[in-house]
Design a binder for this molecule. Structure first.
Ligand code: UDP
Ligand code: MG
Length: 320
């Protein structure tokens, strides 16, 4: 058993390329060709982990044929469509490399940036993330919603999630192991990487249009993605009821006083006082109580994510 562990440790390739694929049969051959060229030029041991996320086209056949022809290629198939983030997680838990390149299969992110990313990592980066300078072939709507989304999430959360960065990035094994140790179900990958910290360095590049096929992110999926991102990193929406609660409690108490004073001065219609006093007080109190529940629920939610309390980047020195 120990021997097996030692062997697999020895057999760790220097680099893993991990790409989730959903109905990508048109682009996969070109993707593998370009990645292969990059890996050949880079030298060193490498593997390419392709995850078939329940595709309904010929993606799996393309993958298995490629894996048969090239020992570097590992094909992984999921039981059904799990969505991009979970397909990626599956690939990441299978890969064995010392460094891991995460890339989409549609060639929107050029694999040719690998040498530059490697160079930045050689200088001590834990994460090198691609940051887009321009986005070809994406609608104004997609660009506008994306930029609004990053502004919103950075206001609501206390992790600095870089704008215009997708999941295209090179990470160290250390960072990957920390990521895989996070058991949360709704994974907002780029937020989780940002949350880990360490030295994270951007690499600017121009994002191209898809080589073939179409985006699998329609508006409905984008909204769900945004909701996952915000709720995974922020309980601000939950706590918002607390703020509203204080305001409503104050307004309600004002109404209560106003109606009582009116009653004392005999200026109220019969029955009005009791209704308004009860409405004001109860309405305000209810909002406040909802806020308090939100505060506890938010903390419970944070705890239930079971993230590690701290993460050590490395330890130098000490007993050998
Ligand atoms: N993808 C996936 N499962 C899905 C949707 C997408 O594995 O349910 C993959 C897809 O094959 C691609 C990557 O995730 O490699 C990004 O998807 P896409 O290009 O459609 O998103 P966009 O670039 O338009 O945001
Ligand atoms: Mg794409």
């Amino acid at each position: 058993m120990l021997w097996v562990a030692a062997m697999s440790e020895l057999a760790r390739p220097a680099l893993s390329v991990v790409a989730p694929c959903y109905n990508e049969q048109e682009v996969l051959p070109e993707f593998l060709r370009r990645v292969g060229t990059v890996l050949d030029a880079a030298g060193g041991t490498a593997e390419v982990v392709l995850v078939d996320d329940g595709s309904r086209d010929g993606t799996w056949d393309v993958m298995t044929a490629a894996a048969a022809a090239d020992p570097r290629i590992v094909a992984v198939r999921l039981m059904r469509n799990h969505g991009h983030q979970l397909a990626l997680t599956a690939g990441l838990s299978v890969c064995r490399g010392e460094r891991i390149l995460i890339i989409d299969a549609d060639l929107q992110d050029p694999p040719e940036l690998l040498p530059d990313m490697m160079a930045l990592m050689n200088q001590g980066a834990d994460v090198v993330y691609g940051q887009r300078r321009q986005r070809d072939g994406e609608s104004l709507f997609k660009r506008a919603t994306a930029s609004g989304f990053y502004r919103l999430i950075n206001r609501l959360t206390d992790v600095d999630i870089p704008a215009d960065a997708g999941d295209f990035r090179l990470v160290t094994r250390r960072v990957l192991d920390l990521l895989l140790a996070m058991p949360e179900r709704h994974r907002f990958f780029r937020g989780m990487v940002a949350w880990i910290g360490g030295r994270q360095v951007p690499l600017h590049y121009d994002r191209h249009a898809r080589v073939a096929g179409e985006s699998k992110y329609p508006l409905s999926k984008m909204i769900r993605f945004a909701a996952d991102a915000i709720t995974a990193f922020s309980v601000v929406p939950l706590m918002a009821s607390m703020t509203i609660g204080w305001v409503m409690a104050a307004v309600g108490f004002g109404f209560f006083l106003y109606s009582i004073i009116g009653w004392l001065m005999d200026a109220n219609l019969p029955g009005w006082t009791s209704i308004m006093a009860a409405l004001g007080l109860l309405g305000g109190m209810q909002f406040l109580m909802l806020g308090i529940i939100g505060a506890y629920l938010g903390r419970l939610y944070d705890q239930s994510k079971q993230r590690p309390l701290f993460m050590i980047r490395d330890i130098v020195g000490g007993p050998k």
